[in-house]
Design a protein around this ligand. Structure first.
Ligand SMILES: Cc1cc2nc3c(=O)[nH]c(=O)nc-3n(C[C@H](O)[C@H](O)[C@H](O)COP(=O)(O)O)c2cc1C
Length: 197
């Protein structure tokens, strides 16, 4: 599969199950490789990942459900519960973290760029998330990207012993693809990309 074919397969896929063509160890290895290969500003490598699979994955979505129960009105909780169940039915969730200590140290070491490092870290994190998403797509594994941070941060950190200076930035749910989504409306490419020859 060439690169464009691979990135065409990457979609936000919500209809997922826990049957995937890779073993748990292969998932870990794939994500480790993608992480090492992904570029970061100043080679800062501030992004970290914890992959929750199987029972740990289900515990994450149960924990999130319980937190949401306290803030979502009971009258509209049905749809929230359905969403949580859909996530829970998948194989795993990739938790992405920024190491704030690394970012703060760079602000001190390179004072000239100090106002840029939050943006650099966030761009690097975006590249990592995109690369992970594409790598899963290439293996026929579906995924969607969620942001229940900062609501769930404290409990996640406590439950899985995450250092306090790590900041949760996203949760990528992945699993076997039950239903591939319809194409989305996109602006014509020439409205977004031009060239001067
Ligand atoms: C930075 C970023 C944040 C996103 N956050 C969420 C999110 O919190 N929840 C969600 O369901 N989808 C989220 N998405 C998915 C986008 O809505 C989706 O990628 C976009 O509509 C294009 O659809 P596609 O992924 O199927 O190509 C996010 C995507 C990106 C790139």
């Amino acid at each position: 599969m060439n690169y464009l074919e691979t990135i065409s397969k990457r979609r936000s896929i919500y209809s997922l199950n826990d049957q995937i063509p890779l073993s748990d160890e292969d998932i870990l290895q794939l994500i480790q490789t993608v992480t090492v290969l992904s570029p970061t500003a100043f080679n800062m490598q501030s992004s970290h990942i914890l992959i929750l699979m199987n029972q740990a994955h289900r515990e994450l979505w149960e924990l999130t459900t319980q937190i949401l129960k306290k803030i979502v009105p009971a009258s509209s909780f049905d749809s929230t519960q359905k969403k949580m169940n859909a996530f829970s039915n998948a194989k795993g969730t990739i938790l992405f973290f920024d190491d704030l200590q690394v970012i703060e140290q760079l602000k001190k070491d390179f004072a000239l760029y100090k106002d840029q490092f939050d943006m650099f870290a966030s761009h690097s994190m975006g590249i990592l998330q995109g690369n992970v998403w594409n790598a899963l797509a290439e293996k026929n594994i579906g995924a969607n990207l969620q942001h229940y941070n900062p609501l769930i941060d404290d409990q996640v950190k406590e439950k899985w012993n995450i250092p306090l200076h790590y900041q949760l930035t996203a949760q990528m749910v992945f699993g076997g693809i039950l239903e591939f989504p319809e194409p989305k409306d996109k602006l014509p490419a020439d409205q977004r990309v031009q060239a001067i020859y």
